[in-house]
Design a protein around this ligand. Structure first.
Ligand code: NAD
Ligand code: DAU
Length: 352
């Protein structure tokens, strides 16, 4: 079946894995990647698929309602996978307005453009919104997990903006009948993540002998999922998930930050040929993140029971692959930390 799918935020970390999967797996689909190319968007993440005939890149802002309507018209979009967002909690603490604008108003702009274009004909249409486990708030150390029925309780401006966008998506189903789906996923790791997030930041700092800033006492817990497993879940849910449902996606893979950091240090030292313990001294405890959620952990049994999805990669294998990827792709890290990567758009796309 032919489809015209709009993927937003496809030049970012998770989005680039989703675009790659869809472009390669579905040659009959047209994949339109709409991305503003903020500091987090990097077209070099998609170099291997950018010349495929079923792929189109549009440089634009999801908040620009007229431009989004024009994309729906031009490509006759019948499915949306919405990933574009401001995604870093620390930035949201410094600049909450940008998060409200992109994550809330940007999502509303896409919903309204889809509603206008589909004009009540919902047959074969789908609006799939990618959200986060952070909307559920924080867990204690009592072993409980977030389920799809856990009450929303966001604490950071980032999670508040994502929670708000989730509500808008569900409201468009309940009010207008739009076929929507929302998924809430735990922390992703893997290649192409912007090195402001814990894992790539720390690998890059180890490489350069720079301090590893551990917030608070390093006791916060996150549930880590390899990014390609998330992309696989998105593919499955986009095609076979039930309309108006929410699915949690997680790795059943909880790590205390400090324990994870020690694994990263050991793995990086080994792969760099350093003696064991060489980079341990870089671990530096710093002031805690404001409102730092203690623990996230996802119960993804519904997704397993309904659609048979499970993480495919053991964490030990995933972290080894990830550390090895960043060490082998130092030019990617150097371009992104120096700002060089932003020239790629001009070279590849300007004037096309
Ligand atoms: P990212 O920051 O790496 O990428 C975001 C992308 O969105 C970038 O390419 C950026 O240029 C683009 N973008 C930002 N504002 C835009 C705008 N106004 N218009 C068009 N494009 C814009 O983010 P990520 O980590 O890949 O996360 C993708 C999505 O998944 C987000 O919605 C995030 O909330 C969600 N999520 C992320 C994680 C995680 O661990 N990274 C976990 C669960 C959910
Ligand atoms: O849970 C899903 C979320 O995971 C996504 O919705 C977000 O987009 C994504 O950024 C991520 O949020 P976190 O805040 O959990 O990720 P981050 O990599 O920023 O931090 C992971 C943990 O490590 C967190 O407890 C804070 C801590 N940390 C982070 C950084 C950057 C440090 O101790 N030091 C650091 O320098």
């Amino acid at each position: 079946m032919k489809r015209n799918i709009l993927i937003t935020g496809g030049a970012g970390f998770i989005g680039s894995h989703v675009v790659r999967l869809f472009v390669n797996k579905y040659p009959d689909y047209r994949i339109v990647n709409l991305d503003k190319l903020t500091y987090a968007g990097n077209l070099a993440n998609l170099r291997d698929i950018e010349r495929q005939p079923n792929y189109a890149f549009v440089h634009g802002d999801i908040c620009d309602f007229d431009a989004v309507c024009e994309i729906f018209r031009k490509y006759d979009i019948d499915g949306v996978i919405h990933l574009a967002a401001e995604s870093h909690v620390d930035r949201s603490i410094r600049d909450p307005f940008t998060f409200a604008k992109t994550n809330v108003l940007g999502t509303l702009s896409l919903l309204q453009a889809a509603r206008n274009h589909w004009n009540g004909d919902w047959e074969g249409k789908r609006f799939y919104h990618i959200s986060t486990d952070e909307v559920y708030g924080a867990l204690g150390f009592d072993g409980t997990l977030f389920t799809e029925r856990t009450k929303y309780d966001p604490h950071s401006p980032y999670s508040a903006s994502k929670a708000s966008s989730d509500h808008f998506v569900r409201a468009f189903h309940d009010t207008y009948g739009m076929p929507t789906i929302v998924t809430n996923c735990s922390n992703n790791y893997g290649p192409y993540q912007f090195p402001e997030k814990l894992i790539p930041l720390f690998i890059n700092n180890i490489r350069h002998g720079k301090p590893l800033p551990v917030y608070g006492r390093g006791e916060n817990v996150r549930d880590w999922l390899y990014v390609e497993d998330h992309a696989r879940a998105i593919d499955l849910i986009f095609h076979r998930g039930r309309i108006a449902e929410t699915y949690n996606i997680g790795g059943f893979n909880e790590w205390r930050n400090i324990d994870l950091i020690r694994v990263i240090v050991r793995t990086a030292d080994r792969l760099l040929g350093n003696p064991e313990g060489h980079s341990e001294h870089l671990i530096t405890y710093v002031t805690d993140r404001a409102g730092h959620d203690l623990r996230y952990a996802i119960d993804s049994r519904k997704l397993k029971e309904e659609l048979g999805w499970e993480p495919s990669l053991q964490f030990e294998e995933g972290i080894e692959k990830t550390v090895a990827w960043y060490l082998a792709n130092q030019p990617w890290l150097d371009d992104i930390t120096s700002g060089q990567y932003q020239k790629y758009y001009d070279e590849m796309y300007a004037g096309r």
